[in-house]
Structure formats: structure tokens, C-alpha cells
Write a protein that binds this ligand. Structure first.
Ligand SMILES: *[C@@H]1O[C@H](CO)[C@@H](O)[C@H](O)[C@H]1NC(C)=O
Length: 195
């Protein structure tokens, strides 16, 4: 019993540092909206910003209503197959060898990101693996994102919810998850007493 308790404490400690990876890959980043910089990338995103995100499609929630540029769109087929698994989960993107922790999260589906083989390394606007971002975030990931229209990246979707969507349980409140850190003082005291 004692061994079991110790190992579960170990698991808890590990999960606070590194979450399980739900999905990862290499491919291409693109951009499709921006609620902060509506006219970024010599474009007018106002129509795109009105679109309902796939993670909240049934009760309706537009990018404008979410009012954040941190929504990321992923492989539409994979997302549609299990909304609850991916929606609101944290995304870490790596470009040019740098892993960016920009508080990004899955919120939408990307049709291009579902087409062609998942191992495709050649850009194809009709189908290539990857993710789709806001203009503002894409520019942070690669300063030529707007100019070139796409850029190389790799990604990890972590099992950590940073945004709550009303996905599979209609009526759930939506919005960012409060970041709370609870120091586990009690179990620290308990383990000291056990010695
Ligand atoms: C998208 O996801 C589907 C379902 O898992 C998969 O069959 C397909 O290969 C993926 N497409 C890409 C480009 O990764």
C-alpha cells in the first residue's frame, strides 16, 4: 500500500509539470481571422470573425464573441470525431526550433489541415497537415506568415484545458479556465508525520 501511495504522489507531481500529449505533428501554419487587428495582413477579417467556432457550434459562439486571438484550428476531421477530447486544450507550437507557449488552445476546425497524407511535407493549399491561427499569433510564430501565407511548424496538443466550451453538454458556461495553483500543504504535512 505504501508503494502505491508514493507512486501516485509521483504521478501527480509529474502531471503538474508535463501534461499528456493528445496529438502532435509536423506541417504548416496558416491564418484565417483576427479580432484584435481586423485589417491585419492587408485583409478584412470582419466576416471570418463572425463565424461560429466548431468547438461551440451547436449553441453558437463566434470568434468575435470569444474576443481572443488565441483560438487555433486543427484537422477538422480529427476534431469532429471527438470534440470533447480536443476542444479548449492547450497547444504548444514550435517554429525555427523555438517552442512558443502563447496560451493557445484548440477551438475550431480547419479543412485544409485534414486533407492529404498526414506525413505530407510539401505545401498544398488544398490539403496539408498543420494548424490555422489568427493573423496576430501567426506573425508571432513566424514574421513572414502574412507575406508567405504559410510557414513550417510542429505542434503538440496537451491534455490541459485552458478554455471551456459548451461542446457536448449544452448549457455549460464558456470562457477561459482560471489558472489556480494549489500548494498541497496537507499531504506535505502528512508525509512528514508518517516519517
Ligand atoms: C486528419 O485526421 C484524420 C482522422 O484522424 C486522418 O485520417 C487524416 O489523415 C488527418 N489528416 C492530416 C492531413 O493529418
Amino acid at each position: 500500500m505504501k508503494t502505491q501511495m508514493l507512486s501516485s504522489v509521483g504521478l501527480f507531481a509529474a502531471s503538474a509539470v508535463a501534461q499528456a500529449v493528445l496529438n502532435s505533428g509536423n506541417g504548416f501554419g496558416t491564418l484565417y481571422y483576427d479580432v484584435v487587428d481586423v485589417n491585419g495582413c492587408q485583409d478584412d477579417f470582419s466576416n471570418q470573425n463572425l463565424g461560429f467556432v466548431e468547438c461551440n457550434f451547436f449553441t453558437g459562439l463566434s470568434l468575435d464573441q470569444m474576443n481572443t486571438d488565441n483560438v487555433v484550428a486543427m484537422n477538422h476531421t480529427l476534431l469532429a470525431g471527438d470534440l470533447a477530447k480536443y476542444c479548449g486544450k492547450k497547444v504548444i507550437v514550435t517554429t525555427n526550433g523555438v517552442a512558443h507557449d502563447l496560451d493557445l488552445f484548440i477551438g475550431d476546425g480547419c479543412a485544409r489541415c485534414a486533407g492529404g497524407p498526414s506525413t505530407n511535407t510539401v505545401w498544398n493549399p488544398d490539403g496539408a497537415p498543420g494548424l490555422d491561427f489568427s493573423f496576430t499569433v501567426a506573425q508571432q510564430l513566424n514574421s513572414n506568415a502574412c507575406f508567405n501565407g504559410h510557414f513550417d511548424l510542429s505542434w503538440e496538443i496537451l491534455d490541459e484545458t485552458v478554455y471551456n466550451f459548451d461542446t457536448n453538454a449544452p448549457g455549460q458556461p464558456t470562457g477561459p479556465v482560471n489558472q489556480r495553483r494549489s500548494a498541497n500543504k496537507r499531504s506535505e504535512r502528512d508525509s512528514r508525520r508518517r516519517l
